[in-house]
Ligand binder design. Structure first.
Ligand SMILES: [Zn+2]
Length: 269
């Protein structure tokens, strides 16, 4: 009898432990409560928005954090990291009301650059700052935490790893990562976009462009690299690449830096 009670108790204990462990492992969609402050302090794109647009941006950041899980691999995920990942996702689709990243479930943040062979952060080939997963890593994005942060810190530069990877995801939404985001671009702009894109890639290859050399690797890389520049330094991009700028305004359905331009216009009156 005592043996029976002991085994029943042991069984009950095992079940209780199972639920405790399972609960611990379950991802908690914790949304930071200081999103506006973090955005004002770290995201230049957000600071350029009009007050009512800022509210919409905050809402979209929050929504993103409620359906995408962000995990740290050998690194802690701080509230700032969550807000920066979400901002990288929201910026390229801010012109579209109901966009949702159906092709993404998890973002892994690595403490350093990683190697795409085995995703280790040590070794010689620690050269990848971010990637969109394929195959077994479908619906997953990997970002280097230092690269993510740096993309938002160096406001004068043209690069932003987070935006780069989310633009690949947008491009991939139609099934092909080819630099032509059929899901976004209206038909009449596809041919001009391909034309300007190949001219711009040619200019990069011949050393006549200020667009990062990585943009010449393929049309998909060009689209992602040009988008980083478009969203981070719209002022410079518009002056140096007016045709590309005009087409990208159509593709992304927004005018980054518009408030800045309005202020300059008002001051010159
Ligand atoms: Zn890329």
């Amino acid at each position: 009898m005592t043996a029976l009670i002991a085994s029943v108790l042991f069984f009950a204990l095992c079940i209780a432990l199972f639920f405790v462990i399972r609960k611990r492992k379950r991802y908690v969609f914790a949304v930071p409560d200081n999103i506006p402050q973090l955005l004002s302090g770290h995201v230049a794109y957000y600071r350029e928005l009009a007050p009512e647009q800022k509210t919409i941006f905050e809402k979209k950041v929050k929504e993103f954090l409620l359906y995408i899980r962000i995990h740290g691999v050998n690194t802690e995920v701080e509230d700032l990291d969550k807000v920066l990942v979400a901002s990288s996702a929201v910026i390229p689709v801010f012109g579209f009301d109901k966009w949702r990243y159906y092709n993404l479930k998890d973002v892994l943040l690595y403490g350093d650059r990683f190697n795409t062979e085995d995703f280790s952060t040590t070794g010689n080939e620690r050269n990848t700052l971010g990637m969109v997963g394929t195959g077994a890593l479908q619906q997953m994005m990997i970002l280097s935490k230092p690269a993510l942060r740096q993309g938002f810190q160096n406001e004068g530069e043209k690069n932003n790893t987070g935006i780069h990877e989310f633009v690949h995801l947008l491009d991939k939404a139609d099934g092909a990562t080819d630099g032509i985001p059929e899901a976004l671009v209206q038909r009449q702009y596809t041919i001009p976009w391909i034309k300007y894109m190949s001219e711009a890639i040619h200019d990069i290859k011949s050393g006549n462009s200020d667009i990062d050399i990585y943009g010449a690797a393929s049309q998909a890389e060009f689209f992602a690299v040009a988008a980083e520049y478009f969203f981070k330094r719209p002022d410079l991009f518009e002056v140096r690449h007016p045709e590309l700028f005009a087409l990208m305004e159509k593709i992304f359905n927004q005018q980054p830096g518009a408030k800045e331009k309005q202020v300059a216009k008002d001051m010159s009156k």
